[in-house]
Design a binder for this molecule. Structure first.
Ligand code: F6R
Length: 279
């Protein structure tokens, strides 16, 4: 017997890529969880997922993450684009978030990250790249206009998300509500610490505030792909799937979304694996 609710209660499909590579796929439902042997295979599968989305609809509108997790995703997408297996020339991109108070040219900014890891190496049209302006004097207007741009683009086709160890998505920290829109937020100390790698490993140098797309905007995306790797994410992933749907763990709101794919490595699945062994 399992302690706590099981995945079936969330009308989820549960498919596991076992170390042999042979997938064991459950009944087709709306929330799909795939567990991969390694970080590399997780991100390769994510790149295939994103490539399939773009190959099926070249004008796809993508909502994109930064951070450590998607680094290999971007490397993969770049090499597929350069090998002519992926045409990114007609996509429109929106990024999830940006630090507040630093400019696009600051080396720690997500603007810089995206140029370095992705945009400088792929033919996404510059006019189709959208990022929040961390130097705006009027964050409310900037955020409202970002939501309007997403709407004008026809909404997000695919939102690609990472997850914080505290369950945040985008920079929607615990306490963020289901109806939250793009806005200025205060970052938790652990979130600043996990971004220190962009600021010479100095957590105090990470801006204390950020602009982020809201939960409501994420939930309006047609499809969501959430990525998690490493043991540090295991508890958040477990709670996202098994705990209450609550602002206390913003990623849990994804269970309200009609089409979510979750790709994680075996380390991030550590707590789920314990649960599985009890089935
Ligand atoms: C970044 C973002 C964040 C990260 C999350 C995980 O754009 O939206 O939610 O996805 O903090 O970060 P990493 O991948 O560095 O563990």
């Amino acid at each position: 017997m399992m302690s706590g609710p099981d995945l079936e209660n969330y009308s989820s499909s549960y498919s596991v890529n076992k170390p042999s590579g042979r997938p064991v796929t459950g009944q087709k439902r709306t929330l799909e969880l795939e567990i991969f042997e390694s970080e590399q295979s997780t991100l390769e599968a994510a790149a295939t997922f994103v490539s399939d989305q773009v190959n099926n609809r070249q004008e796809s509108v993508l909502l994109l993450p930064t951070g450590r997790t998607p680094l290999t995703l971007y490397t993969q997408l770049v090499s597929r684009s350069q090998a002519d297996q992926l045409d990114l020339s007609r996509v429109t991109t929106f990024n999830l978030d940006e630090f507040y108070g630093i400019g696009a040219d600051h080396p720690g900014s997500y603007h810089s990250y995206m140029r370095r890891c992705f945009f400088n190496q792929v033919p996404v049209a510059p006019q189709n790249i959208n990022m929040l302006d961390g130097t705006t004097p009027d964050p409310v207007a900037e955020c409202r206009s970002y939501d309007q741009k997403i709407e004008a683009a026809g909404g997000i086709d695919l939102a690609v998300l990472g997850i914080g160890a505290n369950g945040h998505i985008g920079f929607n920290e615990p306490g963020s509500t289901q109806d939250s829109r793009t806005r200025l937020v205060v970052l938790q100390p652990e979130t600043r610490a996990s971004n220190a790698f962009l600021f010479d490993n100095q957590p105090a140098a990470v801006p204390p505030k950020a602009l982020t797309v809201g939960i409501a905007t994420i939930l309006q995306a047609k499809r969501v792909l959430l990525l998690a790797t490493g043991e540090i994410k295991a508890q958040a992933v477990y709670d996202m799937l098994n705990g209450p749907v609550t602002a206390g763990l913003p990623a849990s709101f994804l269970r309200l979304h009609p089409s979510v794919s979750i790709m994680i490595d075996r380390n991030a699945a550590e707590r789920i694996n314990v649960m599985q062994r009890t089935i």
